[in-house]
Design a protein around this ligand. Structure first.
Ligand SMILES: Cc1ncc(C[n+]2csc(CCOP(=O)(O)OP(=O)(O)O)c2C)c(N)n1
Length: 664
């Protein structure tokens, strides 16, 4: 054996070896996967789950459970092995035997929603760590509102070298250090190995100093020494800062010939090495056969947590805050919400103010934040531009978590993941702002919001060349197409205040992420009808019905609706009847039935106008349709000059309409 394990309790060693063998045998059976990390971190995981983590597998959704995030998601077998050993009902040995097989909940990387107890999807390195920050933040926010007898738990993370090398870790550790998220504990699998070999190939940073500089409590331990692990966790829990425990480990621990090498990182060990490992660790059991005494030791760990759960249940039942607590956890919209939202929309239809949709969003948020007590706003240092803060919102700080607004700093990537963590934790509906162009910086987090179907609302303003003088670095071109191509994500680009309010309404009621693409520049209002139907909820609709036969359809979104409407009325003067279709959300429109879509798009030539790239528009305008938009980066200048310069004009629409009609 490569290093001497020591423990007060010899059973711990057997419990850890159970994880090791489940992991190496499952990877071998699947003929793919990552045995090294679970084998290296089995000791840490054993002490953590045996003596520290309060989860009760029979109540996996217990709101006050400790959260465990396997940020090094490639080591998924560590998590699945733990779930099997702890007795999660949905993790029978059958599922371990079918690791990485289709239709089993033991996917290559942990997928949220597949098995109970998987707190978040991990795999993209660094994401889990930043998501955990959102969970630890939620704990503080909830605890400050509901007290420690209802909310008092830790968030534990196992992160690898890869997680710490990823840039997102920098944003996440700075943010959590600043807010002193003391119940966040990272166990770093410091094995100095990644895929290419030694981490020294590419890294010489002093992680301890880095974390210290960000305000963290730090410790260094032997990750195979159970006593040291135990003491370090006790110390970390006492700290008033977030805590990093550097666990010096050997990847593939136990494998006589391969441990400590990158060969164990992401490939089966092979029959011979597994045999040798069995011999080295004194494990004579067949693959997937865990002796009953070891299973019993694992199950015992849940006896204590069962009691804790029952105590908490009693606390909740007796708490005067019970109802409000459950409203937060379930994120139910209060009864008064719809009434208030409808009357706001009605008023806006009467007033028809000309506003930038970012302003319309703020106006809508004023209504939302008055009635919904658990929205959690924020911005990546663009509060005054994104207009995400409303009158009564209070900023949170390390000494005050009773607020509901977060200054994320210039950390878009972490902001996205932190919001994911907040949504996963339950309690708050997070929304956060930045410029649409910087969705690139948090793309990986947005993708995970979508993959996990989380109610996270991205308020992305300055949505086109219409932002003007800041120029091409700040003007999104391809972003709408990229975001629209992401499955399970609603991108809404509203045209006026009514559409903006409707977009928020949809976002609050949808169990998936929403991106609100909002303008910097003022936009005319168009909606004034009496009906209370939320038209954005259908994704697209006819904004101005022509009274006679429709000659042409002009489809637009957001700020270009104004051009489309103007072109339509000028075309009418020339005897051409053009309907304008507002299509703020492709995803929702695509879900409508065929006849509705046909009726909206019309059986006639079509033009699409959008100050963005063309990609994707052909499905609405057909091969012969004309797209008016951007086919290059933008430029710096006043918005009106830019629209002229790039040919996104009423005149261009009219010319296109006339030329199309000649062809048909
Ligand atoms: C963002 C991201 N980039 C690349 C990868 C591919 N990848 C998976 S594991 C890994 C190496 C991770 O090294 P480490 O964290 O030290 O894990 P260990 O070798 O200890 O298992 C890489 C590059 C990934 N999963 N996510």
């Amino acid at each position: 054996m490569q290093s001497q394990m020591r423990s007060k309790d010899n059973n711990n060693l057997l419990m850890a070896n159970a994880i090791r063998f489940l992991a190496m045998d499952a990877v071998q059976a699947a003929n793919s996967g990552h045995p090294g990390m679970p084998m290296g971190m089995a000791d840490v995981a054993t002490v953590l789950f045996k003596d520290f983590i309060n989860i009760y597998p029979n109540k996996p959704d217990w709101p006050d459970r400790d959260r465990f995030v396997l940020s090094a998601g490639h080591g998924s077998m560590l998590l699945y092995a733990l779930h099997y050993l702890l007795g999660y009902k949905d993790m029978p040995i059958e599922n371990i035997k079918n690791f990485r097989q289709l239709n089993y909940n033991t996917a290559g990387h942990p997928e949220f929603g597949h098995a109970k107890g998987i707190e978040t999807t991990t795999g993209p390195l660094g994401q889990g760590l930043a998501t955990a920050v959102g969970m630890a933040l939620s704990e503080k926010l909830m605890s400050s509102r509901f007290g420690a007898n209802l909310v008092n738990h830790y968030t534990y993370v196992i992160a690898g070298d890869g997680c710490l090398q990823e840039g997102i870790s920098h944003e996440a550790i700075e943010f959590s250090g600043h807010l002193k998220l003391s119940k966040l504990i990272i166990l770093w699998d410091n094995n100095e190995i990644s895929i290419d070999g030694s981490t020294s190939l590419s890294n010489s940073a002093n992680q301890i100093k880095r974390f210290k500089a960000a305000g963290w409590h730090t410790q260094i331990i032997d990750g195979h020494n159970h006593d040291e692990i135990n003491t370090a966790l006790i110390n970390a829990k006492k700290s008033r800062k977030p805590s990093l425990i550097s666990c010096k480990t050997k990847i593939g621990y136990g494998a006589p010939n391969l441990a400590g090498t990158s060969k164990t990182h992401g490939a089966p060990l092979g029959d011979d090495e597994i045999k040798a490992t069995r011999k080295a660790l004194g494990w004579s059991n067949e693959p997937f056969d865990i002796p009953s005494n070891i299973l019993a030791d694992w199950k015992k760990t849940t006896e204590k947590t069962k009691e804790l759960y029952k105590e908490w249940e009693k606390n909740l039942a007796e708490s005067p805050k019970r109802k409000r607590f459950l409203t937060f956890i379930d994120s139910n919209l209060p009864n008064s919400y719809q009434r208030k939202m409808n009357s706001f929309i009605k008023k806006m239809k009467q007033e028809m103010p000309k506003l930038a949709t970012r302003q319309s969003s703020q106006k809508t948020l004023e209504v939302i934040n008055q009635v919904i007590g658990n929205t959690l706003g924020g911005s990546a240092d663009l509060t005054g531009s994104n207009l995400t803060k409303t009158t009564n919102m209070k900023t949170i700080s390390a000494s005050k978590f009773s607020g509901n607004y977060i200054h994320y700093g210039i950390r878009e990537h972490a902001m996205g993941s932190i919001m994911n963590g907040v949504a996963l934790h339950k309690g708050f509906i997070p929304y956060g702002g930045t410029f649409l162009v910087f969705s690139d910086y948090m793309r990986a987090s947005i993708r995970l919001s979508a993959l996990m179907s989380l109610k996270v609302i991205y308020v992305l303003t300055h949505d086109s060349i219409g932002l003007g003088e800041d120029g091409p670095t700040h003007q999104p071109i391809e972003h709408l197409a990229i975001l629209r191509s992401t499955p399970n994500l609603n991108l809404i680009r509203p045209a006026d205040i009514v559409e903006t309010a409707e977009a928020w309404d949809v976002a609050l009621k949808t169990n998936r992420p929403t991106i609100l693409a909002l303008s910097r520049q003022g936009l005319k209002a168009f909606r004034s009808e009496k009906s209370t139907e939320n038209k954005v909820a259908r994704g697209g609709y006819i904004l101005n019905k022509v009274s006679t036969k429709r000659d042409i359809t002009i489809i637009a979104t957001g700020s270009e609706i104004e051009l489309a409407m103007e072109a339509s009325s000028l075309l009418h003067e020339d005897g051409i009847e053009a309907s304008v279709v507002s299509l703020p959300c492709w995803e929702l429109f695509d879900q409508q039935d065929g006849s509705y879509k046909k009726e909206v798009l019309g059986n006639c030539p079509r033009i699409a106008v959008e100050a963005a790239c063309e990609m994707g528009w052909s499905k609405y305008i057909g091969e012969k349709g004309i797209f008016i938009g951007m086919n290059s980066f933008g430029a710096s200048g006043p918005a009106s000059d830019l629209y002229e310069h790039f040919g996104i004009t009423t005149k261009a629409i009219m010319t296109s309409a006339k030329s199309l009609l000649k062809q048909f």
